[in-house]
Design a protein around this ligand. Sequence first.
Ligand SMILES: Nc1ncnc2c1ncn2[C@@H]1O[C@H](COP(=O)(O)OP(=O)(O)OP(=O)(O)O)[C@@H](O)[C@H]1O
Ligand SMILES: [Mg+2]
Length: 346
Amino acid sequence: MNLPDYASAPMISQIAEMLDDGLIIADNNGMILSVNDAAVRLLGQNLVGKYIVDVVTHDDITRIFAHVAEGRIVQEVVYQPTDMVSTEFALRIKPLDDNMVALLFLDMTLQRNLENVRRDFVANVSHELRSPLTSLSGFIETMINGDVTDDAMKLRFLKIMDEESKRMTRLIDDLLSLSRVEVYEHIIPENEVSLLATINAVRDTLVGKAEARNMQIIVRDNRLDKAKPARILGSYDELTEVFVNLVENAVKYGFEGSHIVIELTEPMPGQLQIDVINQGEGIAKQHLSRITERFYRVDKARSRQIGGTGLGLAIVKHILNRHRGSMDVASVPGESTIFTVTLPLI
Ligand SMILES: Nc1ncnc2c1ncn2[C@@H]1O[C@H](COP(=O)(O)OP(=O)(O)OP(=O)(O)O)[C@@H](O)[C@H]1O
Ligand SMILES: [Mg+2]
C-alpha cells in the first residue's frame, strides 16, 4: 500500500477499521501492538500485548513469522483456524518499517465454497449427461454392427434410445430454466396472477399422470373469503413451474392409489399459503434441509429410474425467492409429506 506522505498514523488506523479483513500490527518479536475491529471479531478481545504464536493456531507460525521479520520478505499462507469450522483465510505477513510486522487475514471461505459448488456442479452435469449418452451410443453401435435382426428387439432398443434422449433433453431444459431464474432472481415480477387459476391449470395438466398411478388431485380452497381473488404479483409460467414440480413429485413419490391435496389458506392478512400434501414413503429428517440443492435426490437410483434429475426443487426455490415467497417441507416417513409455499398477496 503506497500511502501519500500526509497519511498520518491515526488516519491509517481509521482506514484499517473500514476493512472486513483482520489486520494486526506486531513488533519483530511477535508481540501484538495494535489490531482492527475485524481482527477482534476473528481472534477475540484483548489481543494487544499477546504474542502472535498464542493467538494464531497455525503449526508453522513461529517459523514463518521469524522468516518475515528477519528476512524482510512477504509470506502468504493458508490458515484454517482449528476453532472455526471450515473457515479458511489467506494470511499475508509483511515486514514494515521500524521493526514492525503486519498480518492481514483475508477470509477466503466464501470463494472456496463457491469454487467447490462450481466444481461439484460441473461434475454432476457431466455425470448426468454421460450415462444416457453411454447407453445411447451402446445401442447405436449394436444396431450398426447388425447384431439386431429381430424387429421386436429393434423396436425395444429404439424405445430405450428415445427415453435416454428425452432424459438428456429434460436435463438440459432444467439447467436452462435454473440459470434463467438465477439471473432474474433479483427482479420482482410485475404481472398479476391468480393463483387459484394457476393451480387448477396445473391440476388439469397432471391429472393424466396421476390417473396412471390411480391417484386423484384435489384442490381445496380453504380461505375464509373465497370470493376474494387469490392474486399475487408474479410470472404465470414460473408459478406454473413451481406447482408442476411439487405436484409431479407428489405423484412420483406418493403411494399408488392415494390422494394428493392442494390446499389454499390465508394464515394472516396479505399472505397466501399453499400446501401440497401427499401420502407416501416421505423424506427422512436428515435429508430435509438438502432436498432443494441441485441434483440432490434421496434415493438417486430410484429417482433416476422414474426420470428425475434432482433439479426440480432447486428451480422451485429460486422462483419462490424471486416472488418473495418461501417454502417449507415437513414429512412423516412412511406416511406423508407436505410442501408448504407462502407468497405475498397483492
Ligand atoms: N413428495 C415427495 N415425497 C418424497 N420425496 C420427495 C418428494 N418430493 C421430493 N422428494 C425427494 O426430493 C428429491 C429432490 O426432488 P426434485 O424435485 O428436486 O428432484 P426430482 O423429482 O428427483 O427430479 P426433477 O424434479 O428434476 O425431475 C427427490 O429426488 C426425492 O428424493
Ligand atoms: Mg421433481
